[in-house]
Design a protein around this ligand. Sequence first.
Ligand SMILES: O=C(CO)COP(=O)(O)O
Length: 151
Amino acid sequence: MDFVLESKRRIALVAHDNKKQDLIEWASWNRAVLANHTIYATGTTGKLLEQALDFPIHKLMSGPLGGDQQSGAKIAEGEIDFLIFFWDPLEPQPHDPDVKALIRIAVVWNIPVACNRASADYLISSPLLGGAYQSVLPNYTAHVERVIEPV
Ligand SMILES: O=C(CO)COP(=O)(O)O
């Protein structure tokens, strides 16, 4: 039987101001899984996450200053595998066209996208991210490198 070796994934985390606390809580809860991957974030989100998680995050520009566009470009270039974007559905943003463009390009390139906590929980629980290991082994923090069967 052939096997596919799975290891680090590149995950982009982005949140609008009213959703930042929500994302930080979610990321702190899932720190052990996230620490096994390469994390990108827009500027302010990344700064707050780095303080909360205490591991390095690749910080792009702040969203309104081009960070959403940078994230989108990385998706188009195949440099981001997952997008977790807690966007604010109740408040207009000065860079709404960029927000739409980021979500659009994630769909165009068919990467998994989560826009709220419920869907982020599903993504982080995916065997592709090693989430299943966290629920089985709560203290497991080492780099996860596993063998899974191809689909
Ligand atoms: O505006 C954002 C997403 O559209 C997020 O940007 P910041 O993380 O810099 O606040």
